[in-house]
Ligand binder design. Structure first.
Ligand code: SF4
Ligand code: SF4
Length: 236
């Protein structure tokens, strides 16, 4: 996170409180600085001034979720929303806010991730950065009438540009990246098979060495990939 030093003009950002909840990636944008295409996905932004992109990197969030004992359909979303609500209540009681993700409307998460410097595309289309590898995710987008100092984008390289052997490509049992691009239909068809090795994981993702110390444990992988498999079965 590249948060500038606070000045008297700005209110302090409660990053430490969010970090303690496992929501350890944060980026503050002024709404006025965002591209119209991103703004268009947010719905009515009045009376808000800023957008706070919140994510997690690594295993800390999952440990927090397990400790909290959330049991809803998506315990990570449930936990994350609760943690953000507590953070505003305890540290920002005078500010209005609205959580637009998780929610019903589709939000341009990867575009926000690119603007924050978090997202570089892998061959298998998940985001990557040199610190976390692909082991991070977007957890919330919050509109707020806050006066935080807007963050500068993190400036990190795309690891894939210097990856000579590209083990993710050869690890994919569906050959979804064999033709240079990403053949989503091959990935989906393979994941739906009864004998698929990718029902609860992505072998391409686990083959990538970047940020491997942050790789999710088996339980978190099963949770994340069960949700995506259910969506595949519902829509394809
Ligand atoms: S294995 Fe190499 S090409 Fe594949 S995602 Fe990792 S860094 Fe990128
Ligand atoms: S989930 Fe499996 S089939 Fe899909 S890209 Fe990853 S390794 Fe390939």
């Amino acid at each position: 996170m590249s948060q500038p030093a606070p000045t008297d003009r700005f209110q302090p950002f409660p990053g430490a409180a969010l970090n303690r909840c496992g929501l350890n990636r944060q980026h503050v944008f002024n709404l006025a600085d965002l591209p119209p295409a991103v703004i268009a996905t947010l719905g009515d932004t009045a009376p808000f001034r800023q957008l706070i992109l919140i994510g997690h990197g690594g295993k800390a969030l999952w440990e927090c979720v397990k400790t909290a004992g959330n049991v809803g359909a998506d315990p990570i979303d449930e936990y994350s929303v609760g943690a953000i609500e507590r953070c505003f209540a305890e540290h920002l009681p005078g500010n209005r806010y609205r959580i637009v993700f998780p929610g019903e409307q589709p939000i341009a998460l990867q575009q926000l991730g690119k603007l924050a410097g978090w997202h570089h595309a892998t061959p298998f289309m998940v985001g990557i950065d040199p610190e976390w590898g692909s082991w991070y995710a977007y957890r919330a987008v919050v509109l707020a009438d806050t006066h935080f100092c807007p963050f500068l984008a993190v400036d990190r390289n795309r690891p894939c540009d210097s990856c000579q052997t590209r083990p993710c490509v050869s690890a994919c049992p569906a050959g979804a990246m064999n033709d240079g691009g990403f053949a989503l239909e091959k990935c989906i068809a393979y994941r739906k098979r009864g004998d698929s090795s990718c029902q609860h994981t992505c072998l391409a993702r686990t083959a990538c060495p970047v940020g491997s110390e942050h790789r999710y444990d088996d339980e978190q992988m099963r949770h994340a990939y069960s949700i995506s498999l259910a969506m595949i079965r519902q829509h394809f």
